[in-house]
Design a protein around this ligand. Structure first.
Ligand SMILES: [Mg+2]
Length: 182
């Protein structure tokens, strides 16, 4: 049970991901949460940082697909100028959106990672779908998704995970906890 909330990797930001690290871990496809992972929840317009990072990923042949619980309309408003592929109404923490992304875009699960700022939705759905997961810090600290209860649950869960697993530290590059390194 607890295992399904444990991220494979922890990273300060999605934007720390580069082609070299992804190649090292055999990752060719990135499924990413939208709010507070790709864009701050309160600023839904793509900025230069996102544009530049996407260009780098495209150049490296890495597919980036948004998997969001938001409606298609909301996701589209945020991403239309970038023409990014997305799955809306993903129903995280269920595996629905992730399975849909894997099928629609013909992705090999072993080469795909789910990135997001929430254990309860993003990490849990990725783990349950059988792909690797990356927990990132939220881009903005106070956000709309979070009722106080939700925020409280995330903090509590993180504390429990840290008590039960080693190596759960924020990093600026993909690194496996010592007990999982090959
Ligand atoms: Mg989020």
């Amino acid at each position: 049970m607890l295992q399904s909330f444990k991220p494979t990797f922890m990273l300060n930001s999605l934007y720390d991901l580069d082609a070299e690290q992804l190649a090292y871990f055999g990752i060719k496809n990135i499924l990413t949460d939208l709010d507070n992972t790709l864009l701050p929840w309160n600023n839904k317009k793509p900025d230069d940082r996102l544009r530049l990072w996407l260009q780098k990923m495209t150049k490296a042949g890495i597919k980036v697909i948004v998997v969001s619980n938001n409606s298609a309309q909301r996701v589209d408003i945020a991403l239309e100028e970038l023409g990014m592929p997305f799955i809306a109404r993903a129903m995280k923490p269920t595996v629905k959106g992730i399975k849909e992304a894997l099928t629609t875009y013909h992705l090999n699960p072993d080469e795909t990672v789910m990135v997001g700022d929430q254990l309860i939705t993003d990490v849990c759905s990725g783990n349950r779908a059988g792909i690797r997961t990356i927990l990132v810090k939220p881009l903005v600290n106070s956000d709309a998704w979070n009722t106080l209860m939700n925020r409280f649950m995330e903090h509590y869960l993180f504390k429990v995970l840290k008590r039960n697993f080693t190596g759960l530290e924020w990093r600026d590059k993909l690194t496996l906890p010592p007990d999982q390194q090959r």
